[in-house]
Every structure is written in structure tokens, then in C-alpha cells.
Design a binder for this molecule. Structure first.
Ligand code: SAM
Ligand code: ZN
Length: 177
């Protein structure tokens, strides 16, 4: 099957995946390819990749959660889908089914558009994941669609200071032990 996309530099972050042809809503775009590993191995490799990335100053951790038992280690040369970036306005979704992770278009996509989906990160560590998607609806951080209203509340004028004061108090407590 001919590829419907190409990988090139993205204005959002590093490399991205872009439509090489018009793609219709519901069409398959790409599969996240790699070795299926259990959670223990995934944690081990994730930490090792993070350490390596710290040393080289570049590189992302390309591990995708498949289900509650397994992940896919997509850190290889043949997995183009590892370059799909997050955005707060999306045109694709990742479907995890029958042991595979596949990306499908959620609307018609024009040739040249970047393929973007929501990474669905939990709210807890939002400060570690700033979002540079640049869309008007960007919430500033990479979080799931469900958590966006909560994040907006945290970041609203009145709450922002309270949130960061509480966070500082909590981390001060941790250091006292
Ligand atoms: C799986 S990689 C995506 C491909 C990445 N652009 C690359 O070249 O390796 C995931 C990483 O890309 C970055 N990223 C993806 N979407 C982003 C966004 N909207 N804003 C900022 N960084 C983003 C983050 O560093 C994230 O940890
Ligand atoms: Zn955004």
C-alpha cells in the first residue's frame, strides 16, 4: 500500500507527519509499528530512553500504551507514526484494537496538512508537557480532552496563584522527609 503521508520538520515540534495526498474522513493513515512489550519492560526502556535523551539533548520517548498489560516500543527506523505530534485541534485519532495501534482521519484532511491527534495525557503532570500547537483553542499544555476544562480552571486568573502555592507547599513537605 502506498504511503499517504510524509515525514518532515514540523512547526509544532521536531519532525511531524504530513498528508501527501488528500485523506478522507475515516481513512486509515498509518500504524504505530514496533515491538510489543509488557509494562515492566516498558518502564525499564522508558527510563533508559529518557536517560539517553538527557545525555544527547535530543530525542523523544517513542513508547505507546497499547492496553493495561502491553505497550508498543516504536523506537525503530520503520515506525513513521512515532512522529505524529499532539495538538489541541485534531484531525486524526489513534485506535488501539486487537494488539495494534492505528491512526485514522477524523475529518477530511487536505494534502500538506500536518496529521495531529490528542495524546490524552493525564492532568497530573501537565507542567511537564507544554503544548506549542498554536491553535486558538490551545490550552497551553498537552492534556486529554476531558481534562481541558479542569486545566482551564486551574490556569484561570483567580486560581493560578493558589494552584502554584499548593504545589510548592507539597514539594516542600516532600523534601522535609
Ligand atoms: C512521539 S514524539 C512526536 C514526534 C516529535 N515531534 C519528534 O520529532 O520526535 C512526542 C514528543 O513530541 C513533542 N510534541 C508533540 N506534540 C507537541 C506539541 N503540541 N507541543 C509541544 N511538543 C510536542 C513532545 O516533546 C513529545 O514528548
Ligand atoms: Zn495546544
Amino acid at each position: 500500500m502506498q504511503k499517504k503521508y510524509l515525514v518532515k520538520k514540523s512547526p509544532i515540534h521536531g519532525n511531524g507527519v504530513f498528508a501527501a495526498v488528500p485523506i478522507k474522513k475515516g481513512e486509515f493513515i498509518a500504524e504505530y509499528l514496533g515491538e510489543k512489550i509488557d509494562k515492566a519492560e516498558s518502564n525499564r526502556r522508558g527510563l533508559a530512553y529518557e536517560e539517553a535523551a538527557k545525555k544527547t539533548g535530543k530525542g523523544s520517548v517513542y513508547i505507546f500504551e497499547l492496553d493495561d498489560k502491553f505497550d508498543i516500543d516504536g523506537n525503530n527506523d520503520y515506525n513513521d507514526a512515532k512522529y505524529i505530534n499532539h495538538a489541541c485541534r485534531t484531525n486524526a485519532e489513534a485506535v488501539c484494537q486487537d494488539g495494534s495501534i492505528k491512526f485514522y482521519a477524523t475529518r477530511d484532511i487536505e494534502k500538506g496538512e500536518e496529521i495531529l491527534y490528542n495524546y490524552g495525557y493525564a492532568l497530573e503532570h501537565f507542567l511537564d508537557h507544554p503544548c506549542h500547537c498554536g491553535f486558538p483553542e490551545c490550552v497551553g499544555y498537552i492534556v486529554s480532552v476531558q481534562d481541558r476544562p479542569k486545566l482551564r480552571k486551574i490556569l484561570s486568573k483567580g486560581n493560578r496563584r493558589k494552584y502554584f502555592q499548593n504545589k510548592a507547599k507539597k514539594s516542600a513537605k516532600k523534601h522535609c522527609n
